[in-house]
Design a protein around this ligand. Structure first.
Ligand code: CO
Ligand code: CO
Length: 303
């Protein structure tokens, strides 16, 4: 898997019950503190393995760092990544660094998955409840940080969510034998949701009022602080998303907001939903029900 489908990682079957999952991701700093930047980049790179129901075990650093970057900053970036990987039970066994004007950091990650239990974008079924495991609004909040308009409290909050591993969410999905899922990253909720709707040949019905948002997201959105990617996502998807008329333009834009290290979007069959939510509670894993899967195509967003 990986050449023709839009899935989160490449998968290579080794035997009937074992496949190898390989993925990589890296990006420029999203926050001003190097340790947190490293941790977020690592959590984000690991996420694609969790999104497929896999377990990562080995990683390599990929770094591009300016020549004049003080050593304590570059080592803090790598330390942030290493700590996060350790927390995930993943060994960083080396990597490669090149010189570049703007810092870039991330991981190559290798994991295992049972191919019979794999989660992918094409696995949604009509009737599934749609579950989201992290709040939205990461793009507007990190853009507010770049513009020096973000409050301390909102900075802390977005860092905490972006650094959070999707490990427990992925384990929960595997425990409940789910089949449809992905992680929400650069294409935003609607972009990644659309990939799932297309791959699963279904329609996603999302309830705007049920979407979890970071505390500052709405006010930054009102100020028009959106990253460029939000407009790219909107232009790309506009015709395939139907919004209820009374949803304000700002609220619509928040659904196109690109996320860094966002949560998992999972389809949970209705008969498993109550037990799933109970187990999520026990594991301290947030799981918001944001809508459901219906017959049709594209995405509708209801007020
Ligand atoms: Co992904
Ligand atoms: Co990715």
């Amino acid at each position: 898997m990986g050449l023709s489908t839009p899935d989160d990682a490449a998968v290579w079957r080794l035997s009937e019950d074992k496949a190898i999952v390989v993925t990589t991701d890296f990006f420029t700093p999203v926050v001003d503190t190097p340790f947190e930047y490293g941790a977020i980049a690592a959590a984000n790179s690991l996420s694609d393995v969790y999104a497929m129901g896999g377990q990562p075990f080995l990683a390599l650093n990929i770094a591009a760092l300016p020549d004049d970057l003080p050593l304590e900053i570059s080592s803090e970036i790598l330390r942030g990544g290493a700590e996060k990987a350790r927390h995930a039970g993943v060994v960083i066994a080396g990597g490669h660094t090149i010189k570049d004007n703007e810092p870039k950091y991330g991981l190559v990650v290798i994991g295992f998955v049972d191919p019979r239990k794999m989660i992918n974008k094409g696995g949604l079924k009509i009737g599934d409840a749609l579950i989201l495991t992290k709040p939205l609004g990461g793009g507007v909040t990190t853009t507010a940080i770049k513009q020096e308009k973000a409050s301390e409290r909102h900075i802390k909050e977005v860092i905490q969510w972006m650094s959070r591993l999707n490990k427990t969410a992925g384990a929960l999905a595997t425990e409940f034998d789910l089949r449809g899922g992905t992680d929400i990253t650069g294409f935003g909720l609607l972009g990644h949701g659309m990939e799932m709707a297309d791959a699963s040949k279904v329609m996603l019905s999302i309830e705007n009022s049920k979407l979890p948002l970071l505390s500052g997201a709405h006010s930054y959105a009102k100020m028009g602080i959106f990253p460029g990617g939000a407009f790219d996502n909107k232009n790309h998807l506009d015709k395939k998303v139907r919004f209820d008329e009374d949803i304000e333009e700002t609220d619509q834009m928040l659904l196109f907001d690109p996320q860094t290290s966002g949560g998992l979007l999972l389809g949970v069959p209705q008969e498993k939903l109550e037990a799933f939510k109970k187990r999520a509670d026990e594991l301290n894993q947030p799981a918001w029900v944001i809508g459901e899967v219906r017959a049709g195509n594209g995405i509708e967003v209801r007020s």
